[in-house]
Design a protein around this ligand. Sequence first.
Ligand code: COA
Length: 273
Amino acid sequence: MLPKDTLKDRVAIITGGGTGLGRAMALEFVRLGAKVVVASRKLENLQQTVREIEKLGGRALAVPTDVREPAQVENLVAVAKERFGKIDILVNNAAGNFICRAEDLSVNGWRAVVGIVLDGTFYCSRAVGKEMIAQGTGGNILNIIATYAWTGGPGTIHSACAKAGVLAMTQTLAVEWAQYKIRVNAIAPGPVDTEGAAQALWPSPEAKKLVEQTVPLGRFGQPIEIAHAAAYLVSDYASFITGATLVIDGGQWLGHGHYLGTLERFTSERSRP
Ligand code: COA
Protein backbone atom coordinates (compact mmCIF):
# COMPACT_ATOMS: atom_id res chain seq x y z
CA MET A 1 0.00 0.00 0.00
CA LEU A 2 1.14 3.53 -0.76
CA PRO A 3 2.15 5.67 2.24
CA LYS A 4 -0.60 7.78 3.79
CA ASP A 5 0.60 11.18 2.61
CA THR A 6 1.12 10.11 -1.02
CA LEU A 7 -1.60 12.48 -2.30
CA LYS A 8 -1.46 14.97 0.56
CA ASP A 9 -3.37 18.17 -0.25
CA ARG A 10 -3.98 17.16 -3.86
CA VAL A 11 -7.42 17.98 -5.22
CA ALA A 12 -9.00 15.32 -7.40
CA ILE A 13 -12.13 15.31 -9.55
CA ILE A 14 -13.52 11.82 -10.11
CA THR A 15 -16.38 11.40 -12.55
CA GLY A 16 -18.72 8.52 -11.79
CA GLY A 17 -17.44 8.89 -8.24
CA GLY A 18 -20.69 7.90 -6.53
CA THR A 19 -20.47 4.15 -7.17
CA GLY A 20 -18.20 1.25 -8.11
CA LEU A 21 -14.67 1.97 -9.23
CA GLY A 22 -15.11 5.75 -8.89
CA ARG A 23 -16.20 5.44 -5.28
CA ALA A 24 -13.31 3.07 -4.49
CA MET A 25 -10.83 5.51 -6.05
CA ALA A 26 -12.35 8.44 -4.15
CA LEU A 27 -12.00 6.62 -0.82
CA GLU A 28 -8.44 5.51 -1.57
CA PHE A 29 -7.35 8.99 -2.72
CA VAL A 30 -8.79 10.46 0.49
CA ARG A 31 -6.97 7.83 2.57
CA LEU A 32 -3.79 9.07 0.87
CA GLY A 33 -4.49 12.69 1.81
CA ALA A 34 -6.39 14.09 -1.18
CA LYS A 35 -9.54 16.19 -1.24
CA VAL A 36 -12.03 14.79 -3.66
CA VAL A 37 -14.81 16.13 -5.85
CA VAL A 38 -17.17 13.41 -7.03
CA ALA A 39 -19.39 14.01 -10.04
CA SER A 40 -22.15 12.01 -11.70
CA ARG A 41 -25.79 12.29 -12.58
CA LYS A 42 -27.18 10.76 -9.37
CA LEU A 43 -26.88 13.10 -6.41
CA GLU A 44 -27.88 10.47 -3.85
CA ASN A 45 -24.96 8.21 -4.85
CA LEU A 46 -22.55 11.12 -4.66
CA GLN A 47 -23.85 12.18 -1.26
CA GLN A 48 -23.36 8.66 0.07
CA THR A 49 -19.72 8.67 -1.04
CA VAL A 50 -19.21 12.11 0.52
CA ARG A 51 -20.76 10.96 3.80
CA GLU A 52 -18.47 7.93 3.86
CA ILE A 53 -15.42 10.11 3.22
CA GLU A 54 -16.41 12.60 5.91
CA LYS A 55 -16.88 9.76 8.38
CA LEU A 56 -13.22 8.88 7.73
CA GLY A 57 -12.27 12.50 8.46
CA GLY A 58 -11.67 13.39 4.81
CA ARG A 59 -12.95 16.26 2.70
CA ALA A 60 -15.17 15.78 -0.32
CA LEU A 61 -17.75 17.56 -2.42
CA ALA A 62 -20.59 16.21 -4.55
CA VAL A 63 -21.36 18.00 -7.83
CA PRO A 64 -24.22 16.54 -9.88
CA THR A 65 -22.97 16.51 -13.47
CA ASP A 66 -23.88 14.94 -16.78
CA VAL A 67 -20.47 14.81 -18.48
CA ARG A 68 -22.21 14.89 -21.88
CA GLU A 69 -23.14 18.53 -21.21
CA PRO A 70 -20.19 20.91 -21.66
CA ALA A 71 -21.84 23.63 -19.55
CA GLN A 72 -22.28 21.20 -16.63
CA VAL A 73 -18.64 20.17 -16.96
CA GLU A 74 -17.53 23.83 -16.85
CA ASN A 75 -19.67 24.24 -13.73
CA LEU A 76 -18.05 21.17 -12.14
CA VAL A 77 -14.58 22.60 -12.64
CA ALA A 78 -15.60 26.07 -11.40
CA VAL A 79 -17.26 24.69 -8.25
CA ALA A 80 -14.29 22.39 -7.51
CA LYS A 81 -11.89 25.29 -7.84
CA GLU A 82 -14.03 27.57 -5.73
CA ARG A 83 -14.23 25.01 -2.91
CA PHE A 84 -10.68 23.66 -2.90
CA GLY A 85 -8.71 26.39 -4.71
CA LYS A 86 -7.11 24.24 -7.44
CA ILE A 87 -7.35 20.96 -9.35
CA ASP A 88 -4.43 18.51 -9.46
CA ILE A 89 -6.05 15.28 -10.62
CA LEU A 90 -8.87 14.29 -12.95
CA VAL A 91 -10.13 10.72 -13.24
CA ASN A 92 -12.40 10.20 -16.24
CA ASN A 93 -14.27 7.20 -14.89
CA ALA A 94 -17.92 7.93 -15.78
CA ALA A 95 -19.18 5.33 -18.24
CA GLY A 96 -22.28 3.77 -19.69
CA ASN A 97 -22.54 0.33 -21.20
CA PHE A 98 -24.94 -2.42 -22.16
CA ILE A 99 -24.77 -5.48 -24.35
CA CYS A 100 -26.47 -5.11 -27.71
CA ARG A 101 -25.86 -6.43 -31.21
CA ALA A 102 -24.60 -3.69 -33.54
CA GLU A 103 -27.54 -4.15 -35.92
CA ASP A 104 -30.01 -3.69 -33.04
CA LEU A 105 -28.33 -0.66 -31.47
CA SER A 106 -30.42 2.51 -31.83
CA VAL A 107 -28.95 5.89 -32.66
CA ASN A 108 -29.83 7.08 -29.16
CA GLY A 109 -28.15 4.04 -27.61
CA TRP A 110 -24.97 4.72 -29.59
CA ARG A 111 -25.06 8.41 -28.68
CA ALA A 112 -25.70 7.76 -24.97
CA VAL A 113 -22.60 5.59 -24.54
CA VAL A 114 -20.28 7.45 -26.92
CA GLY A 115 -21.51 10.72 -25.39
CA ILE A 116 -20.64 9.68 -21.84
CA VAL A 117 -17.38 7.88 -22.56
CA LEU A 118 -15.77 9.75 -25.45
CA ASP A 119 -17.36 13.22 -25.44
CA GLY A 120 -17.48 13.32 -21.64
CA THR A 121 -13.83 12.42 -21.30
CA PHE A 122 -12.88 15.13 -23.76
CA TYR A 123 -15.07 17.82 -22.18
CA CYS A 124 -13.69 17.06 -18.71
CA SER A 125 -10.08 16.80 -19.92
CA ARG A 126 -10.35 20.07 -21.84
CA ALA A 127 -11.95 21.99 -18.95
CA VAL A 128 -9.56 20.62 -16.31
CA GLY A 129 -6.55 20.77 -18.64
CA LYS A 130 -7.10 24.48 -19.25
CA GLU A 131 -7.24 25.01 -15.50
CA MET A 132 -4.06 22.98 -14.93
CA ILE A 133 -2.24 24.87 -17.67
CA ALA A 134 -3.27 28.19 -16.07
CA GLN A 135 -2.23 26.95 -12.60
CA GLY A 136 1.22 26.13 -13.96
CA THR A 137 1.86 23.38 -11.41
CA GLY A 138 1.30 20.33 -13.61
CA GLY A 139 -1.30 17.69 -12.97
CA ASN A 140 -2.58 14.21 -13.67
CA ILE A 141 -5.35 12.87 -15.84
CA LEU A 142 -6.32 9.22 -15.60
CA ASN A 143 -8.74 7.63 -18.05
CA ILE A 144 -10.56 4.38 -17.48
CA ILE A 145 -10.70 2.36 -20.70
CA ALA A 146 -11.03 -1.35 -21.54
CA THR A 147 -8.88 -3.84 -23.45
CA TYR A 148 -11.51 -4.02 -26.18
CA ALA A 149 -10.17 -0.61 -27.19
CA TRP A 150 -7.45 -2.76 -28.87
CA THR A 151 -9.31 -5.94 -29.73
CA GLY A 152 -12.76 -4.61 -30.63
CA GLY A 153 -15.73 -5.54 -28.47
CA PRO A 154 -18.42 -7.67 -30.08
CA GLY A 155 -21.67 -6.93 -28.23
CA THR A 156 -20.48 -3.54 -27.00
CA ILE A 157 -19.59 -1.69 -30.20
CA HIS A 158 -20.51 1.71 -28.73
CA SER A 159 -18.28 1.28 -25.69
CA ALA A 160 -15.41 -0.32 -27.64
CA CYS A 161 -15.33 2.53 -30.18
CA ALA A 162 -15.57 5.14 -27.44
CA LYS A 163 -12.82 3.52 -25.34
CA ALA A 164 -10.59 3.28 -28.43
CA GLY A 165 -11.12 7.01 -28.84
CA VAL A 166 -10.20 7.60 -25.22
CA LEU A 167 -7.04 5.53 -25.69
CA ALA A 168 -6.08 7.80 -28.59
CA MET A 169 -6.96 10.82 -26.45
CA THR A 170 -4.72 9.53 -23.64
CA GLN A 171 -1.74 9.18 -25.97
CA THR A 172 -2.43 12.47 -27.75
CA LEU A 173 -2.79 14.59 -24.64
CA ALA A 174 0.17 12.90 -22.95
CA VAL A 175 2.35 14.43 -25.65
CA GLU A 176 0.51 17.72 -26.15
CA TRP A 177 0.43 18.53 -22.44
CA ALA A 178 3.80 17.12 -21.40
CA GLN A 179 5.19 20.64 -21.73
CA TYR A 180 2.83 21.67 -18.90
CA LYS A 181 3.91 18.71 -16.72
CA ILE A 182 0.47 17.21 -17.08
CA ARG A 183 0.70 13.41 -17.20
CA VAL A 184 -2.09 11.52 -18.93
CA ASN A 185 -2.45 7.78 -18.40
CA ALA A 186 -5.10 5.08 -18.56
CA ILE A 187 -6.15 1.94 -16.76
CA ALA A 188 -7.88 -0.90 -18.58
CA PRO A 189 -9.71 -2.92 -15.95
CA GLY A 190 -10.96 -6.40 -16.71
CA PRO A 191 -14.11 -7.72 -15.05
CA VAL A 192 -14.37 -6.07 -11.66
CA ASP A 193 -17.10 -6.96 -9.22
CA THR A 194 -19.25 -3.81 -9.13
CA GLU A 195 -23.00 -3.46 -9.22
CA GLY A 196 -22.96 -1.25 -12.33
CA ALA A 197 -20.80 -3.61 -14.36
CA ALA A 198 -22.81 -6.61 -13.19
CA GLN A 199 -26.08 -5.03 -14.29
CA ALA A 200 -24.66 -4.03 -17.66
CA LEU A 201 -22.42 -6.98 -18.50
CA TRP A 202 -23.13 -10.12 -16.42
CA PRO A 203 -26.71 -9.80 -15.23
CA SER A 204 -27.19 -13.46 -14.15
CA PRO A 205 -25.14 -15.89 -12.00
CA GLU A 206 -24.62 -18.05 -15.12
CA ALA A 207 -23.26 -15.09 -17.10
CA LYS A 208 -21.01 -14.17 -14.16
CA LYS A 209 -19.59 -17.70 -14.07
CA LEU A 210 -18.88 -17.59 -17.81
CA VAL A 211 -17.05 -14.28 -17.48
CA GLU A 212 -15.05 -15.56 -14.53
CA GLN A 213 -13.90 -18.53 -16.60
CA THR A 214 -12.31 -16.14 -19.12
CA VAL A 215 -9.90 -14.81 -16.48
CA PRO A 216 -6.65 -16.82 -16.19
CA LEU A 217 -6.34 -15.81 -12.53
CA GLY A 218 -9.76 -17.39 -12.10
CA ARG A 219 -11.65 -14.62 -10.34
CA PHE A 220 -13.17 -11.17 -10.65
CA GLY A 221 -11.13 -8.14 -9.69
CA GLN A 222 -12.06 -6.03 -6.68
CA PRO A 223 -12.55 -2.23 -6.89
CA ILE A 224 -9.73 -1.62 -4.40
CA GLU A 225 -7.28 -3.36 -6.78
CA ILE A 226 -8.09 -0.73 -9.40
CA ALA A 227 -8.01 2.07 -6.83
CA HIS A 228 -4.48 1.13 -5.68
CA ALA A 229 -3.18 1.31 -9.25
CA ALA A 230 -5.04 4.54 -9.92
CA ALA A 231 -3.50 6.17 -6.85
CA TYR A 232 -0.06 5.04 -7.97
CA LEU A 233 -0.47 6.43 -11.48
CA VAL A 234 -1.63 9.87 -10.32
CA SER A 235 1.06 10.03 -7.62
CA ASP A 236 4.67 11.17 -7.82
CA TYR A 237 5.75 7.52 -7.68
CA ALA A 238 4.76 7.40 -11.37
CA SER A 239 6.41 10.72 -12.23
CA PHE A 240 8.02 9.47 -15.49
CA ILE A 241 4.97 7.59 -16.75
CA THR A 242 2.76 9.28 -19.31
CA GLY A 243 0.70 8.04 -22.23
CA ALA A 244 0.67 4.55 -20.73
CA THR A 245 -2.17 2.11 -20.21
CA LEU A 246 -2.02 -0.28 -17.28
CA VAL A 247 -4.07 -3.42 -17.87
CA ILE A 248 -5.52 -4.86 -14.66
CA ASP A 249 -7.52 -7.88 -15.73
CA GLY A 250 -6.06 -11.04 -14.22
CA GLY A 251 -4.63 -11.87 -17.66
CA GLN A 252 -8.04 -11.92 -19.32
CA TRP A 253 -7.21 -10.23 -22.61
CA LEU A 254 -4.06 -12.30 -23.16
CA GLY A 255 -6.10 -15.46 -22.69
CA HIS A 256 -7.96 -14.89 -25.95
CA GLY A 257 -7.25 -17.08 -28.94
CA HIS A 258 -4.70 -19.51 -27.54
CA TYR A 259 -4.43 -23.22 -28.37
CA LEU A 260 -4.00 -24.69 -24.91
CA GLY A 261 -7.58 -25.99 -24.77
CA THR A 262 -7.09 -27.67 -28.16
CA LEU A 263 -3.81 -29.21 -27.02
CA GLU A 264 -5.37 -30.56 -23.85
CA ARG A 265 -8.28 -32.03 -25.81
CA PHE A 266 -5.95 -33.48 -28.44
CA THR A 267 -3.68 -34.99 -25.78
CA SER A 268 -6.55 -36.52 -23.84
CA GLU A 269 -8.07 -37.91 -27.06
CA ARG A 270 -4.72 -39.49 -28.02
CA SER A 271 -4.24 -41.01 -24.59
CA ARG A 272 -7.64 -42.70 -24.77
CA PRO A 273 -7.34 -46.47 -25.16
N1 COA B 1 -30.19 -2.45 -24.81
C1 COA B 1 -30.47 -1.72 -25.92
N2 COA B 1 -30.65 -0.38 -25.89
C2 COA B 1 -30.54 0.25 -24.71
C3 COA B 1 -30.24 -0.44 -23.51
C4 COA B 1 -30.08 -1.85 -23.59
N3 COA B 1 -29.80 -2.59 -22.51
N4 COA B 1 -30.17 0.46 -22.49
C5 COA B 1 -30.43 1.66 -23.05
N5 COA B 1 -30.62 1.54 -24.37
C6 COA B 1 -30.96 2.59 -25.31
C7 COA B 1 -32.33 3.16 -24.97
O1 COA B 1 -33.35 2.33 -25.50
C8 COA B 1 -32.26 4.53 -25.64
O2 COA B 1 -32.46 4.44 -27.03
P1 COA B 1 -33.90 4.71 -27.73
O3 COA B 1 -34.28 6.11 -27.39
O4 COA B 1 -33.62 4.48 -29.17
O5 COA B 1 -34.84 3.70 -27.13
C9 COA B 1 -30.81 4.90 -25.45
O6 COA B 1 -30.09 3.70 -25.17
C10 COA B 1 -30.61 5.86 -24.34
O7 COA B 1 -31.14 5.28 -23.17
P2 COA B 1 -31.49 6.13 -21.90
O8 COA B 1 -31.80 5.21 -20.77
O9 COA B 1 -32.48 7.19 -22.24
O10 COA B 1 -30.10 6.88 -21.70
P3 COA B 1 -29.43 7.40 -20.45
O11 COA B 1 -28.57 8.48 -20.90
O12 COA B 1 -30.35 7.69 -19.33
O13 COA B 1 -28.57 6.12 -19.97
C11 COA B 1 -27.06 4.38 -20.46
C12 COA B 1 -27.33 5.84 -20.48
C13 COA B 1 -27.95 3.71 -21.46
C14 COA B 1 -25.64 4.10 -20.83
C15 COA B 1 -27.36 3.75 -19.06
O14 COA B 1 -27.16 2.39 -19.11
C16 COA B 1 -26.50 4.32 -17.98
O15 COA B 1 -26.63 5.47 -17.60
N6 COA B 1 -25.59 3.56 -17.39
C17 COA B 1 -24.67 4.06 -16.38
C18 COA B 1 -24.03 2.98 -15.64
C19 COA B 1 -23.31 2.02 -16.52
O16 COA B 1 -23.76 1.64 -17.56
N7 COA B 1 -22.17 1.59 -16.11
C20 COA B 1 -21.43 0.69 -16.92
C21 COA B 1 -20.43 0.00 -16.14
S1 COA B 1 -19.55 -1.14 -17.16
